[in-house]
Design a protein around this ligand. Structure first.
Ligand code: GDP
Length: 484
């Protein structure tokens, strides 16, 4: 999502940067380009109008200063960045926990929006943070919704309150009420109630949602929106908001290839923040929504903060400390370290998604490479390394022909696969040495070295320098990237 918008923004800024001094006409020109980029991305007209009006008035206000500054295009970039953050909701909004537990979260939205999957993702997210959530199966309409919730609950170790079989049988209001009572009795501190959707926002859907809402007095009503649906999603959200009301929005399917208009319009249109975003079908494809990080991605600056957080979460602290020590002391990175990294990377999820957070990932060449990335490559690489002896992992120089043949047979791969891994590993070791010594202009955060398992020819991204927090002037990632 956002690829085409991102490419258009980057194109507009590239031409602005080449201009030097700016005239009022230049601002009109970029405003026009941005307007057409937003409209092409299916952003609601009212939001586009607001954006462009603000962009023009803020740019004109600072025009005199702009020309004195060394890089006026950057000042316009800053305005666009802050406007993007603004329409995306300003700052991240977290779940408000009830003073007296349990906190009741009601999930609403159309059928197929991703509510049931989201119930599991949210429960898992809250559980990892030390909560004791309970899932309540009040979607008694959609075929298999109850079973789906039970399966996801079991997979994440979260209990599911499901007294009715569903598939049209049972009273969802009674189940929701009994679920909250059950949570109180069993001391669950959070209850997530999954409700039924309809194919469109109709009177029946709103009536049932209202009845459940009145029965359980939720602390948070979340409206789940399929971001792939585009403008229609925004219209139905508005109708639901007027009919029933909600506290925050959850965007699902942000991994899809829709143009992103719904994500960019929905907060401005409904006045409610986006709280979470889902980016895939597994329980880990989910996170708090950060407007500043999303703006940073749209503007092609990547999302290093999320990447670093995910890396931190995936590496246990011992492994991370060991790798950092090695990196700092100049000791060689071995294939054993590499195995530990592969394990951690598998925990972090899809490589394509991770690499997509690197600055410039939306640019043409890098994007093509990412599209061709074979996720199975990591598993193949892992099986080759696992077939090596400790001596070979520590010192790949001992790998003569017969050892390579044995490894290939042991891992079910070809000798050429072993050769190619060893070659790429040796190259990666060299790159890491360069990063450590600062030669070649590369620097990446500790624990985030590029994997030698990458396909041949994969370009090493131009990672931004690690920003020293104390020296940073701004709290948002896009601005910080500009400052550095
Ligand atoms: P519900 O009717 O609202 O409960 O919808 P479901 O939770 O059953 O989701 C509908 C479909 O969308 C399922 O096939 C899910 O696997 C899929 N889905 C849900 N969230 C996401 C997401 O963030 N990305 C992708 N690609 N698929 C999703």
């Amino acid at each position: 999502m956002f690829e085409s918008l991102s490419a258009k923004f980057q194109g507009a800024f590239a031409s602005l940067r080449s201009k030097g001094r700016l005239k009022p006409g230049d601002i009109d020109e970029i405003a026009l380009e941005i307007r057409s980029a937003l409209l092409d991305s299916d952003v609601a007209l009212s939001v586009v109008d607001f954006f462009i009006e603000q962009l023009k008035s803020r740019a004109e206000e600072v025009l005199t200063d702009l020309n004195k500054s060394t890089n006026p295009a950057n000042a316009i970039f800053e305005i666009v960045n802050s406007l993007l953050i603004e329409i995306l909701g300003g700052s991240a909004r977290r779940i408000r926990l009830a003073k007296k537990p349990p906190t009741v979260i009601l999930l609403t939205g159309l059928q197929g929006a991703g509510k049931t999957s989201l119930a599991g993702k949210l429960a898992n997210y809250l559980k990892v943070q030390g909560n004791t959530p309970l899932l309540v199966a009040s979607d008694l309409q959609r075929p298999n919704a109850v079973t789906q919730l039970q399966v996801v609950g079991e997979s994440i170790g979260v209990p599911v309150f499901a007294p009715e079989p569903g598939n049209g049988v049972g009273d969802p209001v009674k189940v929701a009420k009994a679920g909250v009572k059950f949570a109180e009795d069993k001391l669950h501190n959070i209850v997530i109630v999954d409700t039924a959707g309809r194919l469109g926002v109709d009177a029946q859907l709103m009536e049932q949602a209202k009845q459940i809402r009145d029965a359980v007095s939720p602390d948070e009503v979340l409206y789940v929106v399929d971001a792939m649906v585009g403008q229609d999603a925004v219209r139905t959200a508005q109708a639901f908001f007027e009919g029933v009301g909600f506290d925050a929005i959850v965007l699902t399917k942000l991994d899809g290839d829709a143009r992103g208009g719904a994500a960019l319009s929905i907060t401005q249109v409904t006045g409610k923040p986006i709280m979470f975003a889902a980016t895939g079908e597994t329980v880990n494809d989910f996170d708090l929504f950060h407007p500043d990080r999303m703006a940073s991605r749209i503007l092609g600056l990547g999302d290093i903060q999320t990447l670093a957080e995910q890396a931190k979460g995936a590496f246990d602290s011992d492994t991370a400390a060991k790798l950092e020590d090695k990196f700092a002391s100049g000791e060689d990175f071995t294939l054993d370290d590499f195995l530990a990294q592969l394990e951690a990377m598998k925990k972090m999820g899809s490589m394509t998604k991770l690499l997509g957070m690197i600055p410039g990932a939306n640019s043409g060449a890098m994007k093509k490479q990412l599209e061709q990335f074979d996720e199975g490559e990591l598993v193949k690489t892992q099986s080759i390394v696992q077939s090596m002896t400790p001596l070979e992992r520590n010192d790949p120089k001992v790998l003569n022909g017969s050892r390579r043949m044995r490894i290939a047979n042991g891992s079910g791969r070809q000798v050429s696969d072993v050769n190619s891994l060893v070659e790429r590993f040796t190259q990666a070791q060299k790159v890491m040495k360069q990063m450590r010594t600062g030669k070649g202009g590369m620097q990446m955060p500790p624990g985030m070295q590029m994997p030698p398992g990458m396909p041949p020819g994969m370009p090493l991204p131009q990672a931004p320098k690690v920003v020293n927090k104390k020296k940073s002037r701004s709290g948002n990632p896009a601005k910080r990237a500009l400052e550095s």
